[in-house]
Design a protein around this ligand. Structure first.
Ligand code: AVJ
Length: 312
């Protein structure tokens, strides 16, 4: 893990336009800051998806048309607890299923498991820490139908070609009739989106700066986080929120483990994240392109977010 991290950091910081991947935000500390983001009222995504999963879980379960038992495999479960309402509904209906949450953060997985065991003692849960695809491969051999959950608009972090690649990979690891419930943030008033990412509390800024602290710790670097600012911008023409770190002065940063000194210009940017927003038409096209049937969109009452149900 540290090796690909080192390689990616080197490639990103020596590129002409510097970049770092948002997938590295989520060390244990970053996962905690992300919890804070999800608790901000401005970050409407969490509330919207929570509403969908609490108010419409019965409809979602019906739309699966699964025979029992079945599997629910959640990719990037975090300790966000957003799936609770869906799971609770299933357990209360005495439906026979196994819940397999997957996440790269051991700490997040431990918290989630502990909470779920307390609140839903009858839940059959088999948490997995690690890489999605190793675990997903096993799904093809399961004799039971599976519902994959890819919630929280995590797909929005991928540029279009990468998103297509990822969804095709999901598809390859699914059996005919398996379903994917994918959370996607919808295009909406740009002001609403702006406020969710360029938050006035500075939590999203801390979330981004944490990546520099991670590089300091894991690659023995000497980033001074006070010498970097955070900026992000939503472009309603293409639905993209792009986030950046901004070097506040001309500076050199030494990364010992990479044997490398990186030069930053005054106001030079490091692109850190893409958070893409979709129209319902964008979603239809993406499903078609990745060989899924789009069965249903479950929207929140404000039409801010959809949990879109796709079938292989
Ligand atoms: C967890 C990837 C969906 O892009 O909205 C929140 C992460 N970044 N605030 C997103 C995030 C800044 C989030 N995802």
């Amino acid at each position: 893990m540290t090796d690909t991290f080192a390689k990616d950091v080197l490639a990103g910081l020596t590129a002409k336009n510097k970049h770092l991947s948002s997938k590295y935000f989520y060390d244990d500390n970053g996962s905690r800051i992300f919890q804070e983001i999800m608790n901000m009222p401005e970050y409407y995504l969490t509330d919207a998806e929570f509403e969908i999963l609490s108010m419409q879980s019965r409809q979602i379960i019906e739309a699966l048309e699964f025979s029992q038992p079945f599997n629910i495999i959640e990719l990037g479960a975090g300790d966000g607890f957003k799936t609770f309402k869906l799971l609770e509904n299933l357990v209360n209906q005495k439906i026979d299923f196994k819940y397999v949450p997957i996440d790269i953060s051991q700490e997040a997985m431990d918290i989630l498991t502990k909470r779920l065991k307390e609140r839903l003692p009858d839940l059959n849960i088999k948490p997995q820490v690690g890489d999605y695809f190793e675990i997903l491969k096993v799904n093809r051999e399961s004799i039971y139908p599976s519902l994959l959950l890819f919630l929280g608009s995590n797909i929005g972090n991928y540029q279009n070609d990468k998103a297509i690649e990822l969804l095709k990979l999901f598809n390859d690891n699914m059996k005919d009739g398996d379903k994917l419930l994918i959370g996607m943030d919808l295009k909406k008033n740009p002001v609403t989106i702006h406020n969710a990412y360029y938050d006035k509390h500075g939590i999203t800024k801390r979330f981004n700066l944490n990546l520099l602290l991670r590089i300091n710790r894991e690659l023995d670097a000497d980033f001074k986080v006070d010498d970097f600012d955070f900026y992000c911008h939503y472009n309603p023409d293409n639905g993209e929120v792009k986030s950046y770190l901004v070097s506040l002065r001309e500076q050199k940063v030494n990364i010992k483990k990479l044997n490398k000194t990186i030069d930053f210009g005054y106001h030079e940017l490091i692109w850190t994240e893409l958070s893409k927003k979709y129209s319902l038409q964008d979603i239809k096209l993406l499903a078609e392109e990745t060989k899924f049937k789009l069965n249903y969109n479950f929207l929140d009452c404000k039409h801010f977010f959809t949990d879109s149900l796709w079938e292989k």
